[in-house]
Design a protein around this ligand. Sequence first.
Ligand code: ADP
Ligand code: MG
Length: 248
Amino acid sequence: MSSLERLPRQRPAHPPGEPVVQLHGLSKNYGAQQVLAALDFTLHKGEFVALVGPSGTGKTTLLRIIAGLERASHGQAQIAAQSAVVFQDPRLILAQRVWKNVVLQAWRQPDARQRAERALAEVGLGSKADAWPASLSGGEAQRVGIARALYREPDLLLLDEPFSALDAFTRRKVQDLVVDLWQQHRPGVLLVTHDIEEAVLLADRVLVLGAGEVRADIPVALPRTRDTTSREFNVIKRQVLEHLGRAQ
Ligand code: ADP
Ligand code: MG
């Protein structure tokens, strides 16, 4: 029996909902280079999944295919109608005030401003609707990116290394915010990260991607908020590391 099997099993507080991502035999080539090879993977509404893998292994490509920003070469991808993406860089439009950065092209809708204010309040930026992006800190800018995603009321939230440009203190605060929002709204979450501790801290499952394949699918059956110093946490972290080592 592995040490992982001895861990206490915890029933999820909310059973997962309908599938929001279903991939069948999905592959992607760029010219002669095969980036993703026959991936099969399902993510349910309410589930928080982290995707880790060595650099250049196709994590961003997979996320962009799921987001509809890139086409797969082969296979099928069934994706929830309502999805939203947060990238590492929030890509704010400097010439537009914060609230217009939240609503983007929907700014003419009569309730757009009000809904933007609500989304901004949820990320702790209720007073920044009329601010200019250049006046924001890195953490605030990333929270505008999250508000922009929330505004779309997604069933699927796609996050591509959204915390990696933030300093350690801000990163922890924005991570906590994402978990709070996820627990409140219950979308399916797919978080791409190269930070194993972050993956085990935040996710219900950690997928290890290597050479375009899912090499491991590791459940994280630990109650939240998680203690990164606990034995159980580190057993799982080590397991992810071992699979990642083999995925290089
Ligand atoms: P990761 O996010 O895991 O670091 P990426 O998905 O960004 O990896 O990239 C995977 C591989 O696909 C890399 O070798 C990268 O150079 C290649 N790649 C990504 N996008 C393109 C593109 N638009 N054209 C050609 N090759 C690409
Ligand atoms: Mg990437």
